[in-house]
Design a protein around this ligand. Structure first.
Ligand code: APR
Ligand code: PHB
Length: 388
């Protein structure tokens, strides 16, 4: 097989990249090791920054998001039950959209198939070769047959557990990481959210987040232990904690719990994001804790930059953007890391914190909800800085 760009992984990064390249007349093949059903139903985060929602519309996959996505012109920050509203519209005229990542994936897969683009599911034994040549290869097994794709470029969009990052020679990569001493227990509940906008709630008992997937389905999270076993959280205990951490006179309606899972919280970055003709994008190169809601948005930002760089190569015979791609992506990645770390440390109780840390944290929270400059800064980062 032969294509211009071989894409490993059909997550938001790989699928959006394929669509952007298609719009420029650049061919690609996507290979994915899971089934279509699996990637379209896996429950993940679902917050889309202002520019990213516009980008999805611009590339022709925004129609259902416009109909079913929930637009928020603000958010709530609660401090021990006292709720404060941040009005993004008044502060910056910016919004965020809540639309599940798996819905974005469904729309992108449908578009890919309508484009007649190749998208192979259930591949296995994926490996890459000849990365330092101008004809890098992807090898894999599909339908029991060994296959090889000869490409001009390979996009490693295969997430944190993929093969792309481990295919870099060991001495090329520097890893920067940080683990947090807690996780999030997340549930999907068949009940309406307690407020129109999201509520990020700091309490002395720990953090809680009240978000949603539709007017009748809530996505609710509780700070829990790092390696928490979901078995320790029967439904009644979850509701009890969700009620206690809400406050602000809001009523939380209980519903059938449709899904329950624990996510450990970590920050992770590798540098550089390129080796020869292999370019990493999205979770294959970086992980952020979900407090800042940057995961999917960073994946989109990486592929906007990568697609522009690849376009520059084919249309203008210009290598400059490709050579600078890793650096350009990492600048945004580190900014998102900084914001995600800051949101995480301000919102959670840390088991090893001192009374000084606790007082400082409360003061930081009070500053955010009382200073217009602080609110504007948070809003600017949360709704997403424009792509340079
Ligand atoms: N070969 C082919 N595909 C693979 C391989 C492999 N060896 N390993 C993993 N994959 C697939 C996964 O099954 C997944 O569908 O690559 C895809 C990677 O997608 P994501 O993990 O969604 O990563 P990305 O596209 O970078 O999107 C980042 O995902 O985890 C969230 O919070 C994160 O929202 C962010 C988003
Ligand atoms: C979600 O809706 O799943 C969500 C929203 C905001 C976050 C994290 C998750 O910060």
């Amino acid at each position: 097989m032969r294509t211009q760009v071989g894409i490993i992984g059909a997550g938001p990064a790989g699928l959006a990249l394929a669509r952007m390249l298609h719009l420029q007349g650049i061919s690609s093949i996507i290979i994915e090791n899971r089934t279509r059903d699996y990637i379209e139903n896996r429950i993940r985060a679902g917050l889309i920054e202002h520019w990213a929602a516009d980008m999805l519309t611009d590339i022709g996959v925004g129609e259902r998001m416009k109909r079913e996505g929930m637009v928020h012109w603000g958010t709530n920050i609660a401090i021990n039950g006292e709720i404060h509203h941040l009005d993004f519209k008044a502060l910056l005229n910016k919004r965020i959209t809540i639309y599940g990542q798996q819905e974005v994936v469904k729309d992108l897969v449908e578009r890919r198939l309508a484009d007649g683009g190749e998208l192979l599911f259930e591949v296995s034994d994926v490996s890459v070769d000849d990365l330092k040549t101008d004809k890098p290869k992807i090898r894999f097994t599909h339908d029991g047959q060994p296959k090889e794709i000869e490409c001009d470029f390979i996009a490693g969009c295969d997430g944190y557990h993929g093969i792309s990052r481990p295919s870099f020679p060991a001495d090329i990569l520097t890893v920067y990481e940080r683990d947090y001493p807690f996780g999030w227990l997340g549930i999907l509940s068949d009940s309406p959210p307690p407020d129109h906008d999201l509520i990020y709630s700091y309490t002395d008992e720990g953090f809680a987040l009240y978000t949603m997937r539709s007017p009748t389905v809530s996505r609710l999270y509780l700070q829990c232990d790092h390696d928490e076993d979901v078995a320790n959280w029967p439904d009644a205990k979850i509701w009890e904690h969700l009620h206690r951490r809400l406050g602000g006179g809001r009523k939380l309606q209980e519903g059938k719990i449709l899904q329950k899972s624990v996510t450990a919280m970590r920050s992770f970055v590798v540098e550089p994001m390129q080796y020869g003709r292999l370019f990493l994008a999205g979770d294959s190169a970086h992980i952020v804790p979900p407090t800042g809601a940057k995961g999917m948005n960073l994946a989109f930002a990486d592929v906007v930059k990568l697609s522009r760089a690849i376009e520059g190569f084919y249309k203008k015979q210009n290598n400059e953007l490709l050579e600078n791609n890793s650096k350009a992506c990492l600048r945004r990645v580190w900014n998102a890391q900084r914001f995600s770390w800051w949101m995480t440390q301000i919102m959670h109780r840390f088991p090893d914190e001192t009374p000084f840390d606790h007082r400082r944290q409360l003061s930081d929270l009070r500053y955010i909800v009382s200073s217009e400059a602080a609110m504007k800064s948070l809003a600017e980062q949360y709704t997403g800085l424009p792509i340079d």
